[in-house]
Design a protein around this ligand. Structure first.
Ligand code: NI
Length: 174
């Protein structure tokens, strides 16, 4: 297992669409293992392959609370096949560090996906996991949560985020 580097906004790779996985081989298993390790190390509750620079349709999630057992979900070629209800919870993203915002999502969703062996499963969820599934699948389409904000909120984000990046650069230079 190995940690992979997480790409940060505005890296152009994050805007690209990922390709379906067709080979359920050792390379896929290695990618999934590395993504799990990278997610827990960050720490984060979800990670999509494009965030580590791999344009394949693979996501990992563990939205369990601290006092709950692990609930690791590795999903290949995931898709939301049903969704209902409205929610607008604060989201963050390992690729957009230091910024959180409410994003409109389904409050309950069903995801169909394959495991690393290629077997098909369905998982129905609400709460944080339902939101996480939608957030991570968005990554596979090249969509970040900040892309789903209103134009006003998005321009506020850009200003704030670019200012933060600049301040960080200046700190590194000092
Ligand atoms: Ni994210």
């Amino acid at each position: 297992m190995a940690l992979r580097e997480i790409l940060h906004y505005p890296d152009p790779v994050l805007k690209q669409k990922s390709l379906p996985v067709t080979e359920f081989d050792d390379e896929l298993k290695q990618l999934a293992e590395d993504m799990v390790e990278t997610m827990y190390d960050a720490p984060g509750v979800g990670l999509a392959a494009p965030q580590v620079g791999v344009l394949k349709r693979v996501i990992v999630l563990d939205c369990s609370a601290k006092d709950e057992p692990e609930d690791l979900l590795i999903a290949v070629n995931p898709e939301i096949i049903a969704g209902e209800g409205d929610s607008c919870e604060e989201e963050g993203c390992l690729s957009v560090p230091g910024f959180w915002a409410g994003v409109p999502r389904y409050s309950r969703a069903t995801m169909r996906y394959q495991d690393v062996e290629g077997n098909t499963h369905e998982r129905q969820a609400d709460g944080l996991l339902a939101i996480g599934m939608q957030h991570e699948i968005d990554h596979l389409e090249g969509i970040l949560f900040v892309d789903r904000l209103s134009p006003l909120k998005r321009s506020m984000f850009k200003k704030k985020y670019l200012k933060m990046l600049k301040e960080r650069e200046e700190e590194n230079e000092a």
